[in-house]
Design a protein around this ligand. Structure first.
Ligand SMILES: [Fe+2]
Ligand SMILES: [Fe+2]
Length: 147
């Protein structure tokens, strides 16, 4: 297995989670429900972003810098985190719902640009053995730090 395949498999799980949040958000009746959902998403996304930072962005640092993409993906990981923190700070249900919907929209766009730009760069620039070795590191990381 290649690291890109492992991360795309995680993306599929997140797309299902995003669909579920979008479907159920209008029916959430309390601020606590919205914050609980934001906390779940935050925790799962933090593990995913950590894997990408260490196993894709770090090995590609020089290539991404040359292409002008170096800061983009790191910055988006921080932005996703910031969006979800805003949900925790919200004082009313309508505001919390809007913020969580925005966080999901932003995350979807981020995932899309990784699938269109970042993962193809990784497949092109890293050797097949490196992609496989990084997937082994991902597997070890998941044993220690499960989703
Ligand atoms: Fe990411
Ligand atoms: Fe991702």
């Amino acid at each position: 297995m290649k690291i890109t395949e492992a991360l795309i498999a995680e993306h599929v799980v997140f797309h299902n989670l995003f669909d579920y949040i979008e479907r159920t958000l209008p029916r959430m009746k309390t601020l606590g429900e919205v914050k609980l959902m934001a906390g779940l998403l935050e925790s799962a996304l933090a593990a995913h972003a950590k894997a990408e930072d260490e196993l894709i962005l770090a090995p590609l640092e020089h290539c991404l810098a040359q292409m002008g993409h170096q800061e983009k993906f790191h910055h988006e990981h921080e932005e996703i985190d910031r969006n979800l923190n805003l949900v925790h700070a919200a004082r009313d249900l309508a505001k919390a719902r809007t913020l969580l919907r925005n966080a999901v929209d932003f995350s979807r766009r981020h995932f899309d640009s990784e699938e269109r730009i970042l993962f193809p760069i990784a497949e092109e620039m890293l050797k097949p053995d490196t992609l496989t070795a990084l997937a082994s590191s991902w597997k070890k990381q998941r044993e220690v730090d499960p989703l």
